[in-house]
Every structure is written in C-alpha cells, then in structure tokens.
Design a protein around this ligand. Sequence first.
Ligand code: FMN
Ligand code: MN
Length: 463
Amino acid sequence: MADQSIRGYLANLEQRGEMVRIAKEVDPLTNLTAVGWKAYDRLGKGTLFTNVKGYPDWQVANQILTDRRKWGIALGVDEHEVVATFNERIRKPVPPVTVARAAAACKEVVATGKDADLRTIPAVWTSEDDPGPYIAAGMAVIRDPETGLRNMSIHRQQIIGPDRTGYLICPRQMLRIYQKYQARKEPMPVAIAIGAHPAIYFAAAFTAPMGIDEVSLAGALLGEPVRMVKCETVDLEVPAEAEIVLEGYVPYDEAVEEGPFGEGSGGYAMEGTTPVFKLTAITRRKKPVFYAMQCGAPMTDAQAIVSTSVDMLLWDHLKNVEGGLDLLDVRCLGVSGLMTVIIKLRPRVEGQAKTACMAALSGPQMHPKIAIAVDEDIDAGDLRQVFWAMTTRVDAGKDVIRLPNMRVWSLDNISDIVPGQSAMYRLGTKMIIDATMPVGARARFAKAMPRNFDAVDLAKFLV
Ligand SMILES: Cc1cc2nc3c(=O)[nH]c(=O)nc-3n(C[C@H](O)[C@H](O)[C@H](O)COP(=O)(O)O)c2cc1C
Ligand SMILES: [Mn+2]
C-alpha cells in the first residue's frame, strides 16, 4: 500500500536533500512566503515551517513541487522520465475505493457549525498586493447534478470571513457543472482537500476529457486506488489521507469582490467578482501540515504544477501533427509565467517546425502564446542554448510569425479583454519563433563545438 499523504512525500524530499526545515518562527501573514520563496530561489529546496506564529499544532509546507527533480521523487522515477511516466501511467485509470471513517486520517478532528472556522487554518498572505490571506492548494471534489460524474480541480480561495471565501471558477469543467446547478437554482456541494500526495494534485490540476474522473487518474499515477472517505455534511468523498478538508457549498446566486492575486503568470490576476464558498465543516489531522502553495513571481509551485501538465498534454497533442512528428522534447516554461513553450524536434521538411509551433499554440490548454522550435542539438532545458538558436537560426522576417486576434490565457494582462466580457476572456497576438536551421543547409548553422567534444571526458582530466 503506497503512502497517499503529503507528509510521506515531504519525508522523501527531506531524505533526498530537497527540503529544509525552518524552526525559527514565521508569520503566515507577513514573512512565511518570502522565506519559502527565497529558500527555493537560493538553495533549490522546498521548505517545511515547523514554528508558525499563532498555530502551535500546525506545520506549513511551501515550494515543494517546484521542479522536475521533486516530481521525480514523488513518482519514484528519474527527473527526465517524469513527463513520459505521467503519460504512460495516466492511460489506465484506477477507480478509487471507499474506506471507513475510522481509517481516515483526515477525520482526527471534526468541526461543524460555529466550530468550523477558517481562521483556525494558517492561510498565507502570499504576494505583496494580494488583499489578504488565501488558500491556494484546495482540491475541490464536486458532482455533475445530471450525470453524477465526479470532477476534481484546484481553485484559489480568498478568506473573506470565518466561514466564507471568494471562489474563482474559470471557464473549464467545474464552471460547466456549476452552471448546471445555477440553472436548477441549487447550491453546488463542494468538498475541498488540502494537502495530499503530489499525484493527486497533478490529477486535480489536469484537464481530463469531460466525464473522466480525475480521482481515478490519480489512482493511475499512484499505481493503486485512491482511498476516499465520506464527508460529514455533504454527499461527497475526499482523499482519506488529506491533511485538511473543507466541506461546504457554492450558492448559485452569490458573488463577492475578489483579488487581485499574484498568479501563475508571475503577475497579478486583476480584482473582480467571484462566486462564494460557504463552509459547513472542517475535518483534519490532529497536527496537520498546511500546504501553502506558492503562486506569483516565478519560480513557484503553481508554475511547476501547471507546466508539467501542459508538457504532458502537448506531448500527446504534438505527436500526431502531420501524421507524426519526430518530437524530442516539450517545455512549457514556468519561468515565463507559463506562456512560452519550447518544442525540440527533428524537422523532416521545411515548414514542419512552424506547423508544430502552430499546433502548440492551439493545444488542450490556453497558457502558451509564444512557441519556439529548436533543433536536436539544442538543450531545450538550457535557456542559454535556446537564446543562441533564437538569434543565430532566426531571420525575423521569415521565422517570426505573429498570429493576431487569437484567444489567449486569461492571465495574460498585456492582451485585450474581449469587449463585454470579463477578464477571463482575452484576445492577443500569439507568436511562432522557428529557431530551427533551414532543412538542407545545416552545415552553415552548426554549433562550433570544441574539437572532439563528445569523445572527451572532463573527469579524466580533473584527477
Ligand atoms: C495552483 C493552481 C491554482 C489554480 N487556481 C485556479 C482557480 O483559482 N480557478 C480555476 O478555475 N482554476 C484554477 N486552476 C486551474 C484548474 O485547477 C485546472 O485547470 C483544472 O484542471 C480544472 O479542472 P476542470 O477542467 O476539471 O474544471 C489552478 C491550478 C493550479 C495548479
Ligand atoms: Mn475535470
């Protein structure tokens, strides 16, 4: 039986030297996220805060899923295998099982009625211009009122009262399901799990075809059924090994001012109105680990989770372009706020790299607006090499193509909002940069590598 908790993952991270513990007191409202962000930026490590002001029973984790090495630890594979592993495992969904309440760690403490108070959770004030503390790491489980099918997705929550949060629902599957509740004039029951195994996070962040239960995709990634447990106040189930569970509902007819919030773009999502989440119960472990999922200026948890799923979906999408590309690597760049994707391929004929870029700009997810194609000899993970190719193999007149008036990601603030719509709907200019060499003229564009480069082993000369 695999561990399905976030604490098990944190123990692995620590053992592999990928996490630091910070025992000096931090305050979730003033300095926790800056300490966590800097620790990752300077040391490349995630952080577990063990001394959190005002929350003696709690620990807080931050910046723990920020790169492929850490995802590799979560999946038990090498960092280079992460995308391929996701792709392979996710094809065989594994339906969850239901366990008894007594076997569910997330039920150690149950608070309902007045006792259910969001102020008991160390929600963090993340970015400077955020209006206050948020919970960013909640995975929402809901059911389609018509088909009964389950959906799981991640949504940010601005704390606006002891039992209320703003609840942003972007135009994706949850919104379609919420609109069904609205049409029936019924509240949408929601159960929100905070802190669980990264595989469950990945599945929640993943855009699966409508009707596919993300919980069974999490099972596929884990290699065993997710253990679920029934909720106290709503007719839903949640991962039993979660640290904290918020139960409640989203009324069909309420809206609240929400934001601005530092987002995966690296900048701010503008303030606006969102639906409301109303709390009916909090269940949790006795000594919970709160996952303060870092969002905002790169590089954060938010960018790494989304880019990994963009890569995976694009890999599948691109492989079929033109009946099959010689695709070598796909990298949605977290450091670009998720809006640039690099495609490494072996173009068989002139024009193929541009077709690949065009497909990458109309993939399953909206984030990329710039697609850069590079050749086999460029390491797509090394931006120095990519920049060299973008300069020496690009004639801006022929190789840079602008695609105006395209739908772009909602958080691309430089792009215009569609007249009459909310900021969720934007039109902007996408861009293709074909930084591959002209097919048939490769010698002229070769990298001038040191003589006998591949044959020379540096280690032999350092002894
Ligand atoms: C850190 C993080 C925060 C997110 N915040 C939101 C959010 O506030 N609102 C939203 O609609 N989607 C948000 N998303 C994206 C959705 O969770 C994601 O697209 C999911 O696949 C949607 O699932 P669905 O298509 O089943 O609704 C977030 C994703 C991540 C990784
Ligand atoms: Mn879904």
